[in-house]
Design a protein around this ligand. Structure first.
Ligand SMILES: Cc1cc2nc3c(=O)[nH]c(=O)nc-3n(C[C@H](O)[C@H](O)[C@H](O)COP(=O)(O)OP(=O)(O)OC[C@H]3O[C@@H](n4cnc5c(N)ncnc54)[C@H](O)[C@@H]3O)c2cc1C
Length: 541
């Protein structure tokens, strides 16, 4: 017999859990069904070797919003954020550039390369912060459909224009961020290619683009929008990224949400154009007046709902969501953290703030390095010199590895989901060597300190966490896939062509990253409809 709930959420990624927690707080009884054996989606901590625990996918907290942390009482449920305020970019030889939250320290570092670039940096920092503030305000919006011509749409657009009218004068800078390449944008400010590479690096993170690709400037913005402590708002989480989703699950459960793992959903039950519930792969039937997918838009519509319930042009738009990924992750159990060539010099210079070791590093010494890594992927080959973000959480959190040992997370690009020639079954060991050789170039001997390693290519990420083509954001962050076009045009308000069926994950505005905002905004729209439908007084999210 079917079991009944007020809402069913497909997937216990962090956004599904945020959505569940807000719905439960508002008085609904949600059920969350997760296909994996653990909650968390791409925000999990798992053992990679005996005694070594790693954030196997996402590795640093960037944009988990303070409002969500406070609303859901995450600190009481165990969330502890440790600031990550300095980033080091090693150069060839023993040189390096520091990029820090502290403007004066960044400026001093830039001054060693170009005094004019250093002089202008504070103005650039103010410009970026000011522009980030515009985008930050949009995070909480439910995107409207600008093509609709009815009164409700007109009211929504007018309301939007009123709320953001103070920023109208800054329209051109928004247009710049959305359309320019990271390189062109940064070249309006800086001269030195190494300094530009420090800032352009963010544009390539999780994105199939190079710093010279039009539109890549926005991805820099997406990565500096965080409002937490740390460079651009970044932070380590005690216990790894899984501690965020454990805290979210505890918060949701405390208010009455039920969460079941090992429960893959096989089908959304649709009758007369309305979602009625779900069937799991094990054949269980759960019913609810609303079904909300944290699973990606492609998974929901193409696998779980089925084309027969959807308009043809909508299905075409869903198929066309660009999810082709080139991002890889390598989790390493190591004897020692990487011993960068520049380490002695960094220490001599007293360049580091909180720790005596650069916990957060970008390997991409100049713009050409980033662009060449992309060029190879563009033609279907893995990068022969990938850009890499090595992060060593065990410097700040000893709970993750045995005494004296370390966990090293390497995130980078590009390793195309599908190769033009050959396949990953044969190429994977070769690419693993390429990654370690690249590390050895900047941190000699690192490869011989590896105790165990886990290389996750886009196909592995797709298999483990059900992200189509392994895309870390459930879809590219590009102008044609943002705001009222995310996940697809006309359906960006978390609702779908099936009544009672919603999306709440990174496929929706404002996109990927561990922010919780899609989950929050979706809960708000679900509650709005619930109030309209039943007149019940559910509290607002
Ligand atoms: C390798 C990697 C590195 C990253 N690094 C960072 C980082 O450092 N910082 C950062 O902020 N962001 C990072 N990200 C991005 C960020 O982790 C994601 O954008 C974010 O976690 C997405 O959360 P979500 O809840 O929307 O979806 P997901 O985390 O994708 O969760 C969706 C959930 O739905 C479940 N599911 C799917 N289909 C079904 C089904 N049929 N039945 C039941 N359950 C189902 C999945 O198993 C999964 O648990 C990274 C991502 C990856 C993959």
């Amino acid at each position: 017999m079917a079991q009944r709930f007020d809402a069913i959420i497909i997937g216990a990624g962090h956004n599904g859990l945020v959505c569940a927690a807000y719905l439960a707080r508002a008085g609904l009884r949600p059920l969350v069904l997760e296909r994996r054996e653990i909650v968390g989606g791409a925000a999990v901590t798992e053992e990679i070797a005996p005694g070594f625990r790693a954030s196997i996918f996402s590795y640093l907290m960037s944009i988990l919003h303070p409002r969500i942390q406070a609303d859901l009482d995450l600190r009481r449920h165990g969330l502890e954020v440790m600031p990550c305020s300095d980033m080091i970019s090693p150069l060839d030889g023993d040189d390096y550039i520091l990029f820090s939250d502290n403007v004066a320290r960044t400026q001093a570092s830039f001054a060693r390369f170009d005094s004019r670039d250093a002089a202008i940096y504070p103005e650039f920092d103010r410009y970026l912060t000011d522009t980030a503030n515009i985008f930050r305000r949009l995070l909480w919006e439910t995107p409207f459909d600008p093509t609709r011509r009815d009164w409700r749409a007109f009211r929504q657009m007018a309301g939007f224009a009123m709320r953001h009218r103070r920023y109208a004068g800054k329209l051109f800078r928004v247009a710049d961020m959305l359309t320019m390449s990271a390189y062109d944008f940064l070249s309006e400010w800086f001269r030195d290619e190494r300094i530009k590479a420090v800032l352009a690096y963010y544009a390539s993170i999780g994105t199939f683009a190079g710093p010279k690709t039009p539109g890549s400037a926005y991805v820099i913005m997406h990565h500096v929008m965080g409002e937490n402590a740390g460079a651009g708002g970044w932070g380590f989480i005690r216990g790894g990224m899984g501690a965020i989703t454990q805290a979210l699950a505890a918060s949701a459960r405390e208010k009455g949400a039920e969460i079941r793992t090992n429960s893959p959903v096989a089908e959304v039950i649709v009758e007369n154009g309305r979602a009625r519930g779900v069937l799991t792969q094990a054949g269980e039937r759960f019913e609810a007046p609303r079904v909300i997918a944290n699973a990606s838009a492609k998974t929901l519509f193409l696998d779980l709902v089925g084309e027969r319930h959807l308009p043809d042009d909508f299905v075409r738009d869903v198929r066309n969501i660009r999810t082709f990924s080139t991002a890889f992750k390598m989790n390493i159990a190591a004897e020692r953290p990487p011993q960068y060539r520049c380490l002695d010099r960094i220490r001599r210079d007293g360049a580091l703030g909180s720790w005596d070791y650069p916990t957060y590093v970008h390997i991409a010494p100049d713009i050409d390095y980033l662009e060449r890594a992309y060029d190879e992927a563009k033609y279907g080959r893995p990068s022969s010199s990938p850009f890499i973000t090595p992060v060593v959480p065990t410097i700040v959190d000893r709970s993750l590895a045995p005494e004296g040992k370390h966990v090293v997370n390497l995130f980078g690009g590009h390793a195309p989901h599908t190769l033009r020639d050959g396949d990953w079954a044969t190429e994977k060991p070769r690419f693993e060597k390429t990654v370690l050789d690249t590390m050895d170039r900047f941190a000699p001997g690192f490869s011989s300190d590896v105790i165990a390693s886990q290389l996750l290519l886009p196909q592995d990420i797709e298999r483990i966490v059900a992200l189509p083509q392994g895309h870390i954001f459930q879809g590219e962050l590009a102008l044609d896939q943002l705001f009222f076009q995310r996940p697809v045009p006309h359906w960006a308000d978390y609702r779908t062509p099936v009544r009672g069926l919603y999306l709440c994950g990174a496929s929706c505005h404002p996109g990927g990253g561990v922010s919780g905002i899609p989950g929050h905004n979706a809960a708000r729209e679900v509650l709005r409809d619930a109030r309209r439908r039943s007149g019940m007084g559910y509290a607002a999210a």
